[in-house]
Write a protein that binds this ligand. Structure first.
Ligand code: BES
Ligand code: ZN
Ligand code: ZN
Length: 496
């Protein structure tokens, strides 16, 4: 799908559909919508008076052969209350419009921004919304004869003076959405099509194409580095583990600037190991590599956006299987850092592989760490599929990330990390244990465990277990992988 800035006035654009949006207010037919209404002999005002056109969030009104327009259809999307309107709403409107029209076999459409909204940010949001909405999870369906696709989207409403800003926003939006879809494609892969080895190949290919430095650690190298926590998870599987290291170095690095370490959990399938999970719903555990896929997607975007700080991405990857050589509850493992871990539950494996992941990222020179992981069912209990759980060891760094999440419209919620929780993971027979001792707060103990391996470095943990996968389709997004947190992390790195 192509997305570009249109050159003609919107009324003269020949297209399958002209899309715009209106607000839920006493008179939703205002400004540019009133302009369209006049050309259409008052049809929109009539619909508004009859209560059919209200501007309620994502209300869809489709008009065929609208008078006064060259477009074959006019689609008006409800934008909700004007005071609450922002980039996140615009992104959803563009996405919902795309999916609505795609379902009706439309091939191309023009998206008209409202008066005073022809900005760089609008163009970026529309590109992000449309491209993410266009992503489908039907890769493995063989019957494609009823497949529908949108060929092109044009933006309208940009004056000559606003063109440069529009083009810039579109370009950035495309980079970010393409990266998000790259992540979603990886997350969508079932575990037989995406083992740690295959994920590493995909990461390597991405990095080479994007011009990023990449190193893949195989099981031998992982053993030499004494990544005992990662190896303990991997030993239950016949598939060997991998660690992907992808590095972005700016052309003119500033002396004293932070080096950001992005660490992502990539368990390509989580059976739970010997502490095996129930059969029901286990198929979903193919998405247990979403944190790693997110970090790889972030790197792909950064390669194009060229931030001014160095970024080191470390993705430890393994299966969590109950094979004959699998670790057993009570086993004591030594992490790369030298800390000993009592593995009381083999299903709490994400924190084990991240322990070595964050330690290695530090060793490679990262001064600030962010990890992303589908870490706990407890975060789903706490925040459902609405908010990402945010845990941080450093207030300014955490505030910076939360500001980024706000700016890009990804909902995140700051969770507590009081010292009292440290007690929960105190080990009886080793330094620490990998689950809390039965006092609740499961998402926090998971975070506390990872913190043990971050030393004094400012560190943030994102628990995306509830948000990385949509169990149901949204009007603006297909069912399945969401690519959550990618936009926030790209914004965070770009803000340095
Ligand atoms: N991958 C899971 C987390 C998860 C659970 C994601 C449910 C999505 C939905 C993780 O490895 C896990 O199994 N965590 C355990 C930890 C527990 C044993 C302390 C959990 O949350 O049940
Ligand atoms: Zn698990
Ligand atoms: Zn897991």
């Amino acid at each position: 799908m192509q997305i570009k800035l249109g050159t003609k006035p919107y009324a003269a654009m020949q297209t399958d559909a002209l899309v715009s949006y209106l607000f839920e207010e006493t008179d939703p037919v205002q400004g540019r919508i009133a302009e369209i209404d006049q050309a259409a002999n008052g049809l929109l005002r009539k619909l508004s008076k009859s209560g059919e056109l209200t501007g309620k969030t994502l209300e869809m009104t489709l008009i065929h052969a609208p008078a006064g327009l060259k477009a074959a259809r006019l689609l008006l999307v409800g934008a909700g209350k004007r005071e609450q309107f922002n980039g996140a709403t615009l992104r959803k409107i563009a996405g919902a419009a795309l999916r609505y029209l795609k379902g009706r076999s439309v091939k191309n459409f023009v998206f008209l921004v409202r008066e005073n909204e022809a900005t760089e940010e609008s163009a970026q949001a529309i590109a992000e919304g449309a491209l993410a909405a266009d992503f489908e999870t039907d890769k493995y369906k063989t019957d494609k004869k009823n497949d529908k696709s949108i060929d092109s989207v044009s933006l309208a409403g940009y004056s000559d003076a606003a063109r440069a800003a529009g083009e810039k926003g579109l370009a950035r939006g495309c980079v970010i959405a393409d990266a998000q879809n790259f992540t979603r494609d990886l997350v969508n892969e079932p575990s037989n099509k995406l083992t740690p080895r295959i994920l590493a190949e995909r990461a390597e290919a991405m990095a080479r194409e994007a011009g990023l430095a990449v190193e893949i650690l195989d099981e031998k190298r992982i053993a030499e580095l004494k990544m005992g926590a990662l190896l303990s998870v991997a030993q239950g599987s016949v598939e060997p583990p991998r660690v992907m290291v992808v590095t972005y170095t700016p052309a003119n690095p500033k002396p004293g600037a932070p080096v950001i370490g992005l660490v992502g959990k990539a368990v390509t399938f989580d059976t739970g190991g010997i502490s095996i999970k129930p059969a029901e719903g286990m198929e979903k555990m193919k998405y247990d590599m979403a944190g790693g896929a997110t970090m790889l997607g972030v790197m792909r975007a950064l390669a194009a956006l060229k931030p001014s700080v160095k970024v080191i991405c470390v993705v430890p990857s393994t299966e969590n299987m109950p094979g004959g050589k699998a670790q057993k509850p009570g086993d004591i493992q030594t992490a790369m850092s030298g800390k000993t871990i009592e593995v009381l539950n083999t299903d709490a494996e994400g924190r084990l592989i991240l322990a070595d992941g964050v330690h290695y990222a530090k060793q490679l020179g990262a001064t600030h760490l962010v990890d992303a992981a589908t870490l706990t069912g407890a975060i789903v209990v706490a925040l459902a599929n609405v908010n990402v759980g945010v845990f941080g060891s450093d207030q300014p760094f955490t505030d910076k990330l939360l500001a980024s999440s706000k700016a890009v419209g990804e909902k995140m919620w700051h969770m507590p990390m009081d010292d009292e929780y440290r007690e929960f993971i105190k080990g009886s027979f080793a330094d620490i244990q990998n689950i809390g001792s039965g006092k609740g707060g499961g998402a926090i103990t998971g975070a506390m465990f990872i913190k043990e391996f971050t030393g004094d470095s400012p560190w943030i943990h994102l628990d995306i277990a509830g948000t990385a996968w949509n169990d149901e389709a949204k009007p603006w997004l297909a069912k399945g992988p969401t690519g959550v947190a990618l936009r926030t992390l790209v914004h965070l790195v770009m803000s340095y």
